[in-house]
Design a protein. Structure first.
Length: 446
């Protein structure tokens, strides 16, 4: 009998497996596709690899602003896609090595929970039976395709999985949904000179993020040629044509060689026998602060909980679950989960937005500066201004940080640490920041 069985080898599953295995627990990890899950194979990593190639192309074509003149610049999408595949394979191999080093038994196949109680669980996979004292469910999420006529069985319609599998760039792209995934693919195609239309049902893109930052980013991409159709509801898709009603209720349409559906993701709850252990499910699997489900020896982490569908959240939740199994005092907190949109320029944020604070009746003061107050930002981002907003509570502690500007994703963790550890503005001011760096904007804004 294993000490711990884990279903799903994504950012939650493989992190938990490595941590538990390294602590001496007997661990079996089930994964029906490739280790790394959606994030590594058809999400975070491949998308960012493609976006970096697009950014390199932006640099090459925009070199004159920096006194650099290049010859004829072009790209080969097949080679960009091939590099993406190479990066993914390399990282998957790295996870396999980690599993081996932690003595984790990896089983490739579809796991099915047959039964379970306080004494343990029984799982079958490809005809084999596995017993474990505890279970961690990390089955992740999948792209949600709404029941809009014409989205199913339409070769022109793609989710992020199919979009990442393309080896040839689309001639044009319609993005249904202006969230994080939609905007990242819009950024990719726009950088490569591909016409893009974004159809979004809400009044602004990047719902849930700071509205001022979202509005500025939309303005930047609108100037670059991206067409935004806000407050527009898609009613049907016919071939390559997307039909929608605009904010005034008028029927409109747009066309694209490819149509990307990116309106959100939903937890994967079916197909693993969860009903056989009767864990409580709301939006996803319901858990407590230790990631325990309604069955105490069954835990859940990652997107399957339906709460914070981010890879880094999943990994932290996995750590909390394993720590609880090991008897380590730890619990999950969600007040300092960073979010990043890897457009060009990128958006980085953590904590509450102004809108969220106002809706919750929380008093705060606002500190705001253009990114150009950081010397290195000016040196490396010709013609851009960017933005840094810091929300501060009356007691001086940081409530939220929201930034628009390249490299902000690399230092938003400093804001995360400030919120996590309850640091005050005065404590941050006394911190010595390296100069010149873009991260100095955090101190300058205060």
């Amino acid at each position: 009998m294993y000490d711990l069985a884990i279903i799903g080898g994504g950012p939650a599953g493989y992190v938990a497996a490595e941590k538990a295995g390294a602590a001496g627990l007997g661990v079996v990890l089930f994964e029906k596709r490739e280790l790394g899950g959606v994030c590594l194979n058809e999400g975070c990593i491949p998308t960012k690899t493609l976006l970096y190639s697009a950014k390199m192309y932006d640099h090459a074509t925009g070199g004159k602003k920096y006194g650099i003149t290049a010859g004829e610049v072009s790209y080969e999408y097949k080679k960009i896609a091939d590099r993406k595949t190479k990066v993914v394979r390399k990282l998957v191999a790295g996870i396999k090595m980690k599993m081996e080093a932690a003595n984790v038994t990896v089983v490739r196949g579809e796991a099915m929970i047959e039964r379970g109680d306080a004494n343990g669980v029984v799982i079958t996979c490809d005809g084999q039976c596995y017993d474990a004292k505890k279970l961690l469910v990390c089955t992740g999420s999948e792209a949600f395709v709404p029941p809009i006529p014409g989205l199913v069985d339409n070769e022109a319609v793609l989710t992020n999985r199919e979009m990442l599998a393309l080896t040839e760039a689309p001639a044009s792209l319609v993005v249904i949904g202006g969230g994080v995934i939609g905007m990242e693919f819009a950024s990719l195609c726009n950088s490569l000179g591909i016409p893009v239309t974004v159809v979004e049902m809400m009044p602004e893109i990047l719902g849930g993020m700071d509205k001022e930052v979202s509005e500025i980013l939309r303005g930047i991409y609108a100037k670059r040629g991206v067409k935004f159709c806000l407050q527009c509801k898609v009613t049907r898709v016919e071939g390559n044509t997307v039909h929608y009603t605009d904010a005034d209720g008028n029927e409109q349409q747009c066309e694209g060689d490819r149509i990307l559906v990116s309106i959100g993701r939903r937890p994967v709850l079916k197909g693993y026998g969860l009903e056989n252990i009767a864990v409580e499910v709301e939006r996803g699997i319901k858990v407590n602060g230790y990631m325990q489900t309604s069955l105490p020896n069954v835990y859940a982490a990652g997107d399957v909980t339906g709460f914070s569908m981010l890879a880094h959240t999943a990994s932290r939740e996995a750590e909390v679950a394993v720590n609880h199994i090991l008897g380590v005092d730890d619990s999950m907190e969600y007040n300092a989960i960073p979010g990043v949109v890897y457009t060009n320029p990128e958006v980085s944020c953590v904590g509450l937005t102004e809108e969220q604070a106002a809706n919750a009746g929380i008093e705060y003061s606002l500190h705001k500066l253009p990114m150009t107050y950081a010397g290195r930002f000016v040196a490396e981002n010709e013609g851009q201004t960017g933005l840094c907003k810091v929300l501060v509570l009356p007691d001086g502690k940081v409530l939220g940080v929201h930034m628009l500007g390249n490299s902000s994703s690399e230092f938003v963790c400093a804001a995360c640490m400030a919120i996590t550890n309850g640091l005050t503005v005065e404590q941050l001011k006394r911190t010595v920041f390296p100069h010149p760096t873009v991260c100095e904007i955090l101190k300058e804004a205060l």
